[in-house]
Design a protein around this ligand. Structure first.
Ligand SMILES: NC(=O)c1ccc[n+]([C@@H]2O[C@H](COP(=O)([O-])OP(=O)(O)OC[C@H]3O[C@@H](n4cnc5c(N)ncnc54)[C@H](OP(=O)(O)O)[C@@H]3O)[C@@H](O)[C@H]2O)c1
Length: 350
């Protein structure tokens, strides 16, 4: 069976972008034709050097204009959040390249009408497709529970929980998220704004629509837990009595009752009061109904007996494995519904 190949540009090589870059170098159905980097230390390096692979002969570039002008089938756009992000995505789409992006908007939704219109216009201009991807939003809270619901007779409610111990799985977000602050201060000024549910709304909406329902409203809850002692983490120390855990809860209501609840538990270890969730980092989908169902999505166990959190690499990979399907899709914004069952190519390599 001959396999079609796809010419791909990797845009930015942070944690997410490095995972997709490594995949593109190793996947025989992908022809990596460009790598955009912002970091001056990475510019001029071979793409293989960025991800610990042998030389590829392809040099990373910080020349955005040249890459935008290049011919390619698709761009995996994994840049940091910035005010110019949407401009660049639209220019890439208008230039004739499909875009798969974990950088958002995941799927434009009613909260982002201007962004939606701009992306659609750029897709029309370039005859291209845009697909927002990610582990959450993008997978754990939408296509995963929707697929699991096929094992149910009746669905009463769906809870999707992200649990991450940020001591075991250090992330740059630790300080940005307000760990170590006075609890009252953070409660009054949450770092992940309660409005953030709007970014996840596409995911909840996709799940509700997949079940033939419309969301009426989303309600928000935010609570914090306190460190019971000083907690050391990769980026510093969180003092006893300050914020050591955070729980965001977003509930989508359908027909006057909660249908979909997203929980985000981010904790620094387990010496916390209260300790909401213990154990390994995971996404947990609990569907109440007939018959009840639970599915935990977690990394494989490593030699130290632990399961690392792979949310960021998964975000790069769920986008990278969708590239052929997005390239083959008709122009416009393409969701999981438009892609159907994605058939990832080039993964089985003996
Ligand atoms: N949907 C989801 O589930 C999900 C999950 C996680 C992350 N995300 C999104 O995915 C994107 C990548 O996340 P990440 O964890 O890989 O972030 P990251 O590690 O901070 O990497 C982002 C990369 O963007 C480049 N960059 C830095 N400053 C920039 C700027 N001002 N403008 C454009 N690019 C810049 C850099 O690339 P170089 O190092 O190559 O120079 C940097 O390494 C983010 O937008 C994030 O919000 C989505």
């Amino acid at each position: 069976m001959t396999q079609m190949t796809y010419r791909v540009i990797q845009w930015a090589t942070g944690t997410v972008g490095a995972a997709s870059l490594k995949h593109f170098i190793e996947n025989p159905v992908i022809d990596l034709v460009g790598v955009y980097v912002t970091n001056p230390d990475k510019a001029g390096k071979d793409a293989g050097d960025i991800v610990g692979l042998p030389k590829t002969g392809l040099t990373c570039s910080n020349d955005a204009e040249t890459l935008i002008a290049m011919d390619a089938d698709c761009v995996l756009f994994a840049a940091a959040q910035s005010p110019t992000l949407l401009d660049t995505v639209c220019r890439l789409l208008a230039s004739g390249k499909n875009v798969v992006s974990p950088a958002g908007p995941f799927l434009p939704n009613k909260w982002y009408p201007d962004e939606t219109a701009r992306i659609e216009a750029a897709c029309r201009e370039g005859g291209t497709s845009f697909h927002g991807c990610g582990v959450h939003p993008g997978f754990s809270g939408d296509i995963l529970p929707l697929t699991l619901a096929r094992l149910m007779n009746r669905v009463d409610s769906i809870e999707v929980t992200e649990i991450i111990d940020k001591v075991r799985n250090p992330m740059i977000y630790t300080e940005i998220m307000g760990f170590g602050l006075d609890p009252d201060e953070l409660l009054a000024n949450p770092r992940r704004s309660p409005e953030t549910y709007k970014a996840f709304y596409s995911s909840m909406d996709l799940l509700a629509k997949g079940l033939g329902k419309e969301i009426e409203k989303v309600t928000v809850k935010f609570e914090v837990s306190k460190a019971k002692k000083d907690i050391e983490h990769l980026y510093g120390v969180v003092k006893a009595g300050t914020v050591g855990g955070q729980h965001y809860e977003w509930t989508a209501w359908v027909e006057g009752a909660p249908l979909i609840v997203y929980h985000f538990y981010w904790q620094l270890g387990e010496d916390l009061d209260p300790l909401w969730e213990a154990g390994e980092a995971r996404y947990s989908v609990v569907i109440k109904g007939d018959p009840p169902l639970q599915c935990d999505l977690m990394g494989g166990m490593e030699a130290d007996g632990r399961r690392p959190f792979y949310g960021l690499p998964w975000t790069g990979l769920v986008g990278a494995t969708a590239v052929p399907a997005v390239c083959d899709a008709p122009p416009g914004i393409v969701s999981h519904f438009d892609l159907g069952v994605v058939q990832p190519r080039g993964l089985v390599r003996r």
